[in-house]
Structure formats: structure tokens, C-alpha cells
Design a protein around this ligand. Structure first.
Ligand code: NAD
Length: 497
């Protein structure tokens, strides 16, 4: 019997009325493990209506009570995150330890939200004018939509919903249809934590669900994470319908290795950042820019390390799991074919992988490609797989120009022992998140996560103070209690005195 993965609203699962479903596979076996409901417009409206109905009472629930529930959610998540990690592995394919890492980074945002009271404090000026006080406050925006990608089914939604909920908003989460069960598990956890019905809801589906979130007047803000073309579409459509939108897009992250770098450190970092989670991370390094004459030695060190990796089912003792779907696996493999045909050197060939997993799993091993040039599709496109390209350049300036002339600006890293070079890089590079001898510089929950250029549309990054700002709007109140007379009739513009 196939399991149906439902929507969720009013603290209950909802199968939907559309009758449409999509298969959800276990990438390590290739087997269909369930069918996810795909919402019709009516289904989507039912979920959004629940979020809209719950908003006034949640907005008016005291900050003390709201944060107690967030704290309870944090406790339950911390106790039971192993269950969530296993669900992620069974639908995404990443190894369980990596899935656990993803949940823990999401949990840090929940912990940040437990202390949100401090960031929701307003300002107050006494006697701004004679006997007139002025205060400022921030209020929740209303029901908000979160649309998330397949690659972090728990962490990416957790970049947003803990802060949105703590600030008094209600949420409709539209997860990726490729790995939708994590969202339902988190919804159940919220109910157990005592969150009132309608505050956290899950809408399963495809473009139909997304379009309803983008156009339904009840939805006041959208946080999107996914590929650049869809991010652009979401930003344009959501803002055209009067919503505030933050839409995080794709990436092509470069790491520069300068000749003075510790090459062992850099080689470890390239393998971890290139092949962790099978390269399906928006902060993965996919382009290694080797400066000067170190390339041969560095490539050899990366090859040696890559040859030791165990590829297999994420529930076994593997370093790297399968890709998310067969279609995606074949697309990534086609980029390796293209690189080879374009004249690049395949140093480690993932197409030949012997994986410790099901014969029908979506396997593609780590692939290292040298002598890549900037006109090859393996360089120009976001591949989103375990493919690390090496580009050889003569100078720091040439390396910097490669990054700054590219369309994306999500993450980057430099490896060097020269503090002056690192200082120049952090100042000159046009990228939102920069690592110095750190390959995946994902900001802590109390800083904000976001890229530049085609990696983010909108002006607000995720979580941290910017996240609180996104999910609240300002109000300024001017008050006079003493001496309420203000001179009788006077049609002139109010003057301060
Ligand atoms: P995707 O763009 O295909 O899907 C993202 C979401 O949009 C999903 O919920 C999906 O159902 C929905 N969607 C897909 N097609 C749509 C359409 N035509 N109209 C409306 N909605 C649509 O992305 P993905 O393949 O799930 O995730 C991988 C991508 O996400 C990569 O490009 C990666 O770089 C990016 N990503 C970026 C960040 C970041 O922080 N910038 C983080 C994680 C992932």
C-alpha cells in the first residue's frame, strides 16, 4: 500500500480534494515510498484560510506565551531530531549525520527565536513635543508563505518559520514535492508543543500551490528559496500582488586558493564543500580557482582524498549518498559528459561509481574536472551535484574578476596565509557570504543568510535581525494625555513646540 503524504491545517492532516499526487522516492533504492498530495486551488485556499483565521488570536497572544511554545518546540526537536534526520535521508538521500547537521543548524534559528522579545522591543520618546510622547513598535505582518527547495527540507523552512511564528504571524509552508514528509513531521511537533490550530500549516503541491500563495490577498509576505528562474518569478509575481518578498536563488560558489595557502587544509575543504550532500547545497563549492603554480599539487591532493570516499545508502556508514532523483542524477551526469567533450580533464569520474546501495539508486560519485575554462557549461551553469571544476589562473586579480563577473553571489571562500590578501578579498568580492579559510561560511542564526546578485531578489536576508524585520512592520504612535487642548481650531500642519 502506498502512503499518502497530506497537507496540514488546523493541527490535522488533510488529504486534499484534487486527487492529484506525485511520487516520492527513496533515492538510495529508487523505490517509490509514498505519494504526496498536490493541492488544487481550492485545497490551497482551505489551507490559507486556516492561517488567516488563526492570525488575529495568535497576534494577540502574549509574547510570553508565544515564546514558551517556541521553547517547547525547541525541547521536543532537540529530543527527537534523530527521527527527522532519518526522514530527510529517506527522501533526500543525504547521509544521516549530514541530515542531523542540517536539523541542528535549523534548531539554532529556533533557539534564536526563543529570545525574540529583545528584538521586538520598540522605542519611546517622552516630550517629543510639549506633553506629546512618540513610541514605535513592530507588529506581525499576517499570514506568511514559505516556499522551500528539496535540498534542505528541514533547515531552510526553519530559517523562517520560528521567527515568523515568534513575531506573531501565522505560516503556510509549501515544501518541495520531492521530500515533503519533513514538513508534516515538524507540523506534528508544533501541535505537540501546544501551538494553536492554524498557526503552522503545510500546503503540499507544485506551481498551482505556489501561484495561489503569490496571488491570494490573505498572504502578506513570501519567503522563497530555490533556483534562480523560479526565485525571479516568485519575486516579480509576489511583489506585483502587493506582498513583501524575499526570494533566495541559485549559486555557483567559487573558492580561490592562493599559492601561499596550506594545501592540505584547502584540499580537505574542497572535498568537504564540493561533495558533501552530493553537492546539493546552495553553499557547495563547485568552482575551485587555483592561482599560480599550485594546481598540479592541489589537484593530486584532492584526488587522493576523493578516492577514499565511501558512496552509498545514507543510513549505512557512507560519506556521500545518492542524488535526489533519477532525472537530476542524469542531468548532472550530462554536464560531466559535456565537460569531457569540451576538452576538460576528468581526474575522478563519478559516472563509474560502485555504490553501497540499491541497484536502482540514483548514484553518481564525486567528480573532479581539471583544466575547465569559462566557456564550458560545466563552469557556466549551476550543476547542483558532486562535480568540482578546477580553473587555473595566474593571479589573484584574475581570480577575483572571475567571481565578480559571474551572475551569482551566494557564497565564496579564499584559502591563504596572507592576511592582507584575505582583507582585500573580503572587501572586493561581490558575494553575500565570504569564508576565509572556511569553505561553507553559513552565517549563525543571529546573523543573516543571503547572497547578492542572482542569488537573492529582495533586500532582506534570512533570519537574524533582518529576518525579524522581514516578518514585522513598523508603527509609530503619537500620544498626548496631559493638556489635551491644542489651541482649538487650527487647520495648519501640526507644529512641534
Ligand atoms: P526549485 O526552484 O526547482 O524549487 C523550489 C520551490 O519552488 C519548490 O517548492 C518547488 O515546488 C517550487 N517550484 C518549482 N517550479 C516552480 C514553478 N515553475 N513555479 C512555481 N513554483 C515552482 O529548486 P530545487 O530544485 O527544489 O532546489 C535547488 C535550488 O535551490 C538550487 O538552485 C539551489 O542553489 C537553490 N537553493 C538556494 C539557497 C539559497 O540560500 N540561496 C538555499 C538552498 C537551495
Amino acid at each position: 500500500m502506498t502512503t499518502t503524504i497530506p497537507h496540514w491545517f488546523d493541527n490535522k492532516p488533510f488529504s486534499g480534494t484534487s486527487g492529484n499526487t506525485a511520487p516520492v522516492t527513496n533515492p538510495a533504492s529508487g523505490a517509490v515510498k509514498g505519494e504526496v498530495a498536490l493541492a488544487s486551488v481550492e485545497d490551497a485556499r482551505a489551507v490559507i484560510d486556516a492561517a488567516a483565521a488563526a492570525f488575529p488570536a495568535w497576534r494577540d497572544t502574549s509574547l510570553a506565551k508565544r515564546t514558551q511554545i517556541i521553547f517547547k518546540f525547541r525541547e521536543l526537536l532537540n529530543e527527537r531530531k534523530g527521527e527527522l534526520a532519518e526522514i530527510i535521508t529517506s527522501e533526500h538521500g543525504k547521509v544521516v549525520s549530514d541530515a542531523l547537521g542540517e536539523v541542528s543548524r535549523g534548531q539554532e534559528v529556533v533557539e534564536f527565536a526563543c529570545g525574540i522579545a529583545h528584538l521586538l522591543k520598540g522605542g519611546m520618546t517622552e516630550n517629543a513635543s510639549t506633553n506629546v510622547d512618540v513610541s514605535s513598535l513592530r507588529q506581525p505582518v499576517g499570514p506568511v508563505g514559505i516556499i522551500s527547495p528539496f535540498n534542505f527540507p528541514a533547515m531552510v523552512p526553519m530559517w523562517f518559520f520560528p521567527i515568523a511564528i515568534a513575531a506573531g504571524n501565522t505560516v503556510v509552508l509549501k515544501p518541495s514535492e520531492k521530500d515533503p514528509t519533513a514538513a508534516i513531521w515538524m507540523a506534528e511537533l508544533w501541535a505537540e508543543a501546544g501551538l494553536p490550530a492554524g498557526v503552522f500549516n503545510v500546503l503540499q503541491g507544485d506551481k498551482t500551490s505556489v501561484d495561489e500563495l503569490l496571488t491570494n490577498p490573505a498572504v502578506k509576505a513570501i519567503s522563497f528559496v530555490g533556483s534562480t528562474p523560479i526565485a525571479q518569478y516568485v519575486y516579480a509575481t509576489g511583489t506585483a500582488h502587493g506582498k513583501r518578498v524575499q526570494a533566495l536563488g541559485g549559486a555557483k560558489n567559487h573558492a580561490i586558493v592562493l599559492p601561499d595557502a596550506d594545501l592540505d587544509l584547502a584540499a580537505d575543504a574542497m572535498v568537504n564543500a564540493g561533495f558533501g550532500s552530493a553537492g546539493e547545497r546552495c553553499m557547495a563549492i563547485s568552482a575551485l580557482v587555483a592561482v599560480g603554480d599550485i594546481a598540479d599539487e592541489l589537484v593530486a591532493k584532492i584526488k587522493d582524498r576523493t578516492d577514499t570516499l565511501k558512496i552509498g545508502d545514507g543510513t549505512r556508514d557512507s560519506d556521500m549518498g545518492p542524488l535526489v532523483t533519477k532525472v537530476h542524477r542524469d542531468k548532472v551526469a550530462s554536464y560531466i559528459d559535456a565537460g569531457e567533450n569540451d576538452g576538460a580533464t576528468i581526474v575522478v569520474d563519478g559516472r563509474q561509481v560502485q555504490a553501497d546501495g540499491g541497484a536502482d539508486g540514483f548514484w553518481l560519485g564525486p567528480t573532479l574536472i581539471d583544466h575547465v575554462t569559462t566557456d564550458m557549461s560545466v563552469y557556466t551553469d549551476e550543476i547542483f551535484g558532486p562535480v568540482l571544476s578546477v580553473i587555473r589562473v595566474e593571479s589573484y586579480d584574475e581570480a577575483l574578476e572571475l567571481i565578480n563577473s559571474g551572475p551569482f553571489g551566494n557564497g565564496t571562500a579564499i584559502f591563504t596565509n596572507d592576511g592582507g590578501a584575505a582583507r582585500r578579498f573580503q572587501n572586493e568580492v561581490e558575494v553575500g557570504m565570504v569564508g576565509i579559510n572556511v569553505p561553507i561560511p553559513v552565517p549563525m542564526a543571529y546573523y543573516s543568510f543571503g547572497g547578492w546578485k542572482n542569488s537573492l531578489f529582495g533586500d532582506t536576508h534570512a533570519h537574524g535581525a533582518e529576518g525579524v524585520h522581514f516578518f514585522t512592520r513598523g508603527k509609530v504612535v503619537t500620544t498626548r494625555w496631559l493638556d489635551p487642548s491644542h489651541g482649538g481650531l487650527n487647520l495648519g500642519f501640526p507644529q512641534n513646540n
